[in-house]
Design a protein around this ligand. Structure first.
Ligand SMILES: Cc1cc2nc3c(=O)[nH]c(=O)nc-3n(C[C@H](O)[C@H](O)[C@H](O)COP(=O)(O)OP(=O)(O)OC[C@H]3O[C@@H](n4cnc5c(N)ncnc54)[C@H](O)[C@@H]3O)c2cc1C
Length: 405
């Protein structure tokens, strides 16, 4: 017998970016919401920290953008592809595009999660249960009727939701326990993520993608005058990285990408790269979002952005608060969400996988072959405009677009 019974409209399992973002986006819409989050620690700072222009517009619509800016979010105005010695191959400036927000936001991952969670508390019917696990569900006729949780004070609670969102990340328990199938792909090359203080100015705060015979190096702006680097490596090289000194890392980077100069590099993590795409996002009154629905290769900065775009789309399909007790209305709304949004995201995910394969393939010749492809885009203003446009997350302005992020 539970110590507490909590009735709610929407139960969100997982308070990462997807779960906290959805709770923030819903905060003024009249729903009672419970988030169950397993960890009491902040989110991993190495993960998604670049927010696409299309998602900046969503943040603005949700009334979250001002909070992000007030807490120190910075703007990034483009991407530059260069050779390892710094010659320009392709320049993709964002600020001339006719968009409401022609820039990326750069904001530490854990600060994004915290900002969303703080905003979610503006809903007087919001409850965060943390730390607590979402894995003990009652299911009847394909519908989740209850979640049993151990509360942080040691007591037991039963949560009785009308709609359940699985936002519990790449190893999702909701996905496993409720029988969602995935299509998987294991990439060969893990990523090592590095940071360093900036050693040169960049007023446009670009991503620098350096292509050379020794491999691809992404120099990614971080807040507070830092760079982050993402480098695909051989699994067998991880012990070298773990034992490496500052001098080893400085020499490694100078040899691989001379354009970067001297850098004081620290390691922030190693990431195996695995794709897991759910064949369905919805079952009964349960919907998956974020990495629970689609875990993708991190290299092209899309997992968090897709999660937030799907949250925004889902909000548009939800039954009104006074209709959410109707199980048939919930099922129909989730099915409509999936039928409209999943095909859109499948195209984005397919593009991400193709580019991830390019990065995963550390064959020097394959990398060098990408250079003329990008140079051809740079030479053609219409192609360059389209390529830049596609990095924003907005749908292409015209058919026949080349592949891009
Ligand atoms: C190195 C790296 C760099 C990246 N860079 C970018 C980028 O620049 N841009 C971008 O868009 N994406 C990026 N991504 C991807 C992005 O970080 C993820 O797609 C995104 O954070 C997924 O959010 P989520 O809420 O779905 O999952 P998560 O952030 O994993 O959150 C899941 C949450 O659920 C909790 N949880 C797990 N199981 C349970 C349970 N059973 N019960 C309760 N709680 C549970 C976890 O504690 C966690 O807090 C990157 C990823 C990596 C690894």
């Amino acid at each position: 017998m539970a110590d507490r019974t909590i009735d709610c409209d929407i139960l969100i399992v997982g308070g990462g970016i997807g779960g906290s973002g959805l709770a923030a986006g819903l905060r003024h819409r009249g729903y009672s919401i419970v988030v169950v989050e397993a960890s009491k620690d902040p989110l991993d700072t190495a993960r998604g920290d670049h927010i696409q222009p299309v998602v900046v517009e969503i943040l603005d619509r949700w009334g979250c953008l001002k909070t992000f800016m007030d807490r120190g979010a910075e703007k990034r105005f483009g991407t530059r592809y260069m050779t390892a010695t710094g010659d320009l191959i392709l320049d993709c400036p964002l600020q001339d595009l006719p968009l409401p927000h022609p820039y990326y936001l750069v904001f530490h991952h854990e600060m994004i999660g915290q900002a969303f969670m703080d905003l979610a508390h503006e809903n007087k019917n919001f409850t965060l249960i943390r730390p607590a696990w979402g894995r003990d569900f009652d299911v009847a006729d394909g519908v989740v009727t209850a979640l049993h949780v151990k509360l942080p004070d040691g007591g037991d609670a039963v949560i009785r939701p009308k709609l359940v969102v699985g936002a519990d990340g790449r190893s999702s328990q909701v996905r496993k326990l409720l029988g969602f199938a995935t299509e998987d792909y294991e990439y060969q090359s893990p990523l090592v993520m590095l940071t360093a203080p900036r050693n040169m100015p960049d007023p446009r705060n670009n991503i620098g993608a350096f292509l050379g015979a020794k491999g691809m190096t992404f120099r990614i702006p971080r807040m507070n005058n830092q760079w982050k680097f993402s480098i695909p490596i051989d699994q067998a090289d991880i012990p070298w990285w773990k034992a490496s000194t500052m001098d080893d890392r400085r020499a490694f980077m100078k040899e691989r990408t001379p354009a970067l100069g001297d850098l004081e590099i620290s390691i922030i993590g190693y990431y195996p790269c695995k794709l897991a795409n759910c064949t369905q996002w919805v079952r009964g009154n349960v919907v998956l979002i974020g990495d629970a629905a689609n875990s993708l290769h991190p290299a092209h900065g899309q997992g968090m952005n897709i999660a937030l775009r799907n949250c925004a789309a889902l909000i548009g399909f939800l039954p009104a608060p006074d209709k959410i007790k109707d199980v048939a209305a919930v099922r129909a709304a989730l099915a409509r969400f999936e039928s409209v949004q999943k095909p859109i995201m499948t195209r984005v995910l397919d593009g991400n996988h193709q580019r991830a394969l390019e990065m995963d393939n550390r064959d020097p010749q394959a990398i060098m072959n990408v250079i003329p492809f990008y140079a051809g885009i740079q030479a053609d203003p219409a192609k360059r405009h389209l390529f830049t446009w596609l990095t924003t997350g907005y749908p292409p302005p015209q058919p026949g677009a080349p592949k891009a992020t």
